[in-house]
Design a protein around this ligand. Structure first.
Ligand SMILES: [Mg+2]
Length: 386
C-alpha cells in the first residue's frame, strides 16, 4: 500500500517537486491530505466578502458567517486551512488600521477558519504600491489602530503617526487640554528626539483608517497641507493626500450607521477650501473603485494557486468565469462590482447598511439575500459545488 501511495506521489508533478525538495516525513500526511482533497479541475469562480455588516457586526460574527465560510473547505478535512480550501475567497474591506498579517489572525479567531494575510485586502493595502515613491520621505499616517506600523510594514522608512507628529508641535491643538482621554505631554527628551523628523517637510499624508480626533486631525492636516508640509511656516504647494476609502457611513454595533472616512474627507475638504485659495487635491482608494476589484481578481488567482498548488506548474491557470462580491453597502460593494463588470456578480445582504425589503433603487444587486449564509448557499448550488 505504502509503495502504491509513493508511486502516486511521484507521478504528481507538484507533489513530486515538494518531495524532491526535501519534504520531511512528518509533512507527508498533509501532502496526502491535500492531494486527496484536490480535484483535477480547480473551480472557475471565487468569492470576495465584505467584512463589516456582512461577516461581522463590531467584533461579533453575523449572518451565520462561520458556517458559511466552513462550507468553502472540504468536509473531509480536519481543519479549515489553505490546503483544504475548495473555493478561493478573499476579504475585500474598506476598513483597516492594522497590518494584514494581524487582521488575518484576528479574523481567523473570529470566524473559525485559517486565513492567510494574502486573503485580506484592506482599504489601505494599495498604499503598498506607493513605497517606491515615498520610501525615505517623511510621511504622516492618520487613523485609528496603528497607522504608522501599517505603513512601516509596507516598507515606508520615515513614517510618523499623526499622534506622534502632532506631539512635536507645542500648542498645535488649542483644545488638547480639554481632551481628558489624551496621554500626558511627552517629556523634554522625547520632544528632543522628535524635533528632527518634525523639522523635515512632510512629503505626503495617508489617511490609513478612520480618524479618531477629528478636531485635532483637521487642524493639523490643514496646517500640513497649506504650508507644503511645514506647519507654522509660509503658505506653499499642497503635498499629496491619499485616503484609504471614501465611505460616508458604515454599519457597526450601533443600530444606525456611523460616519466613516468619506465623511471626514468632506469635513476636511470643506474647511480647507474655505481657508485656502486652491481646492484640496486628494486621491481615494477602496471600493467602489474598479481598480480594487481588478486587484482582488489577481489576489484570488494567487489564493487559488496556493490552495491548488499543482495548477501553476502545469499551466492550467484560467481566468475566473464568475467572481461574487458579497456586501451590505449598495453604493460601495454593489456599485463597485457593477462598475468592475465581467466577471463580477453582486450579492447584497440585509445584515448591515442595507435593510430594505426589495432591491436597492439606485444600485440594484444581481441578488438580494438575508445573510451571508444564504449568499454562500446560493453560490454553491449555482456552481454545483455544495
Ligand atoms: Mg460593509
Amino acid at each position: 500500500m505504502m509503495r502504491l501511495l509513493l508511486q502516486i506521489l511521484r507521478n504528481n508533478s507538484s507533489l513530486k517537486s515538494e518531495l524532491n525538495g526535501g519534504t520531511k516525513a512528518s509533512a507527508l500526511p498533509k501532502l496526502f491530505s491535500r492531494w486527496l482533497h484536490a480535484p483535477t479541475q480547480p473551480p472557475s469562480f471565487g468569492i470576495a466578502f465584505d467584512i463589516d455588516g456582512v461577516l461581522l457586526r463590531g467584533e461579533t460574527s453575523t449572518g451565520g458567517s462561520p458556517q458559511a465560510l466552513r462550507r468553502l473547505y472540504y468536509h473531509s478535512a480536519n481543519s479549515c486551512s489553505i490546503s483544504a480550501l475548495k473555493v478561493p475567497y478573499v476579504f475585500l474591506t474598506n476598513g483597516g488600521g492594522v497590518p494584514e498579517s494581524e487582521r488575518a489572525k484576528e479574523l481567523s479567531k473570529q470566524l473559525g477558519v485559517d486565513i492567510l494575510p494574502l486573503q485580506v485586502i484592506q482599504g489601505h493595502t494599495p498604499f503598498r504600491e506607493l513605497v517606491k515613491r515615498y520610501e525615505d520621505d517623511l510621511i504622516v499616517a492618520v487613523g485609528k489602530g496603528e497607522p504608522g506600523r501599517v505603513m512601516s510594514e509596507y516598507g515606508f522608512k520615515n513614517v510618523l503617526s499623526i499622534d506622534d507628529y502632532a506631539s512635536c508641535f507645542p500648542n498645535i491643538d488649542p483644545l488638547a487640554q480639554y481632551k481628558k482621554w489624551t496621554k500626558m505631554q511627552p517629556t523634554d527628551r522625547e520632544m528632543a528626539l522628535r524635533t528632527d523628523p518634525c523639522s523635515q517637510r512632510v512629503q505626503a499624508v495617508f489617511i490609513v483608517s478612520d480618524p479618531v480626533d477629528w478636531s485635532r486631525d483637521i487642524q493639523v492636516l490643514c496646517d500640513i497641507l497649506r504650508t507644503g508640509g511645514l506647519p507654522g511656516q509660509e503658505i506653499a504647494h499642497q503635498p499629496p493626500l491619499f485616503f484609504a476609502n471614501d465611505d460616508i457611513a458604515y454599519q457597526a454595533l450601533f443600530p444606525a450607521e456611523r460616519l466613516g472616512m468619506g465623511a471626514f474627507r468632506i469635513a476636511l475638504e470643506s474647511i480647507f477650501n474655505r481657508i485656502h485659495t486652491n481646492n484640496m487635491e486628494y486621491t481615494s482608494y477602496g471600493k467602489p473603485n474598479p481598480f480594487v476589484f481588478k486587484n482582488a481578481e489577481n489576489v484570488l488567482l494567487q489564493v487559488l494557486q496556493s490552495a491548488y498548488n499543482n495548477i501553476q506548474s502545469s499551466g492550467e491557470m484560467q481566468p475566473f468565469k464568475r467572481l461574487y462580491m458579497i456586501g451590505d453597502n449598495p453604493s460601495v460593494d454593489i456599485n463597485g462590482a457593477k462598475q468592475a463588470g465581467h466577471p463580477w456578480v453582486s450579492i447584497l445582504t440585509r445584515t448591515g447598511v442595507f435593510k430594505g425589503i426589495g432591491n436597492h433603487a439606485d444600485y440594484p444587486a444581481d441578488l438580494v439575500v438575508n445573510s451571508v449564509e444564504e449568499a454562500v448557499d446560493y453560490i454553491l448550488r449555482k456552481e454545483h459545488t455544495s
